[in-house]
Ligand binder design. Structure first.
Ligand SMILES: [Fe+2]
Ligand SMILES: [Fe+2]
Length: 140
């Protein structure tokens, strides 16, 4: 059983963004699976790093999209993304420095953050993009 199940409500109806959201679910599950089977600290560190790198790539893609569509709630999104990035990077740093930090707590944080963010904050973007597409002049 996956640690975090994909839910269609985690998508926003945009091909690139939705593929990235799906990939973030995969990365969270990879980390949970490795933790469950008792993988070595080195492998777990690489998986935490993979989540940090890919989420930051996703945030910049999403922010680029919002910027190009004049999304009014851009800064609320940036705040949310920064909260996740800061926590994930802080955890990664502590983890690779051998500190006694809880991977279980980290997984709960990222899975909860991801669900709440995609199913609530990103959904406002979905509605906005849909409205914008409907009011866009037809291309000749
Ligand atoms: Fe997103
Ligand atoms: Fe977002």
């Amino acid at each position: 059983m996956a640690y975090l199940d994909w839910d269609e409500r985690m998508g926003i109806g945009h091909e690139v963004i939705d593929a990235q959201h799906r990939q973030l679910v995969v990365l969270i599950n990879d980390l949970a699976e490795a933790a469950e089977r008792g993988a070595e600290r080195r492998e777990l560190g690489q998986l935490i790093r993979a989540f940090c790198d890919y989420s930051s790539e996703h945030f910049s893609t999403e922010q680029g999209l919002m910027d190009s569509r004049d999304y009014p709630e851009y800064f609320q999104q940036v705040d949310g993304h920064e909260e996740c990035s800061t926590q994930a990077l802080d955890f990664y740093r502590e983890y690779i420095n051998g500190r006694d930090v809880s991977l279980r707590d980290f997984l709960v944080f990222v899975a909860t953050w991801f669900q709440e963010h995609t199913m609530r904050v990103d959904q406002t973007l979905r509605k906005y993009l849909k409205k914008k597409a409907a009011s866009a002049p037809a291309t000749p």
